[in-house]
Design a protein around this ligand. Structure first.
Ligand SMILES: [Zn+2]
Ligand SMILES: [Zn+2]
Length: 193
């Protein structure tokens, strides 16, 4: 039985890989980003990515762009290399696509072209675990009145949110200012890789 790769070694490799990928993204997509990596993803998913919106736009802050990795898979010598070479670019491509093409969801054309440019195979699911491919829809859609003096919070349904993406405006019931999306967690990759 082979032994686990230490978490500190994993983190060094993840950070090294990401540094390379950030440079590649800058070169090929003219897009600069730096992500927070968390290692607490459990279960059958190898990785997932989340980005947060602030005041209606994807946030560039490091803490708002999060890649979650499955620590058990990362430390497993049989899966380790694929985690580094496939899963990390896969998830980073979700973050980049979320910024560059915010209307696209999941594994669309733009995501795929970014993933391929980062050296990922562009496949959607990993083949070392039986898991359903599922990209979850955004569920919590927090909006806020854009008038800073009012700033009342609102929850919009997915249907209304989709209308906002197409240009529809919803107004605050109190002051009639437009509502803007507010620090919403966008699950860019709900299942699989
Ligand atoms: Zn208001
Ligand atoms: Zn994905």
């Amino acid at each position: 039985m082979s032994s686990k790769i230490s978490l500190s070694q994993c983190k060094r490799e993840v950070n090294g890989k990401l540094a390379l990928l950030y440079r590649q993204l800058g070169k090929e997509q003219q897009f600069k980003i730096s992500c927070t990596v968390r290692y607490d993803l459990r279960g059958t998913r190898a990785g997932t990515a989340q980005l947060h919106y602030r005041l209606g736009a994807p946030s560039n802050r490091k803490e708002d762009n999060v890649i979650y990795l499955n620590q058990g898979m990362l430390q497993d010598p049989a899966l380790h290399q694929e985690m580094v070479d496939e899963v990390i670019p896969h998830e980073l491509a979700h973050i980049a696509a979320g910024h560059l093409y915010p209307h696209e969801r999941g594994h669309g054309k733009q995501w795929r072209s970014i993933a391929l440019s980062l050296g990922c195979s562009g496949k959607r699911t990993h083949n070392y675990d039986v898991t359903e491919h599922q990209v979850r829809k955004v569920r919590r859609l927090s909006y806020r009145c854009s008038n800073e003096l009012c700033a009342k919070p609102y929850k919009l349904t997915v249907i209304r949110h989709n209308r906002v993406l197409k240009g529809r405006r919803y107004l605050c019931r109190h002051c009639r200012s437009a509502l803007v999306q507010d620090e919403v967690e966008l699950e860019t990759c709900g299942g699989e890789l």
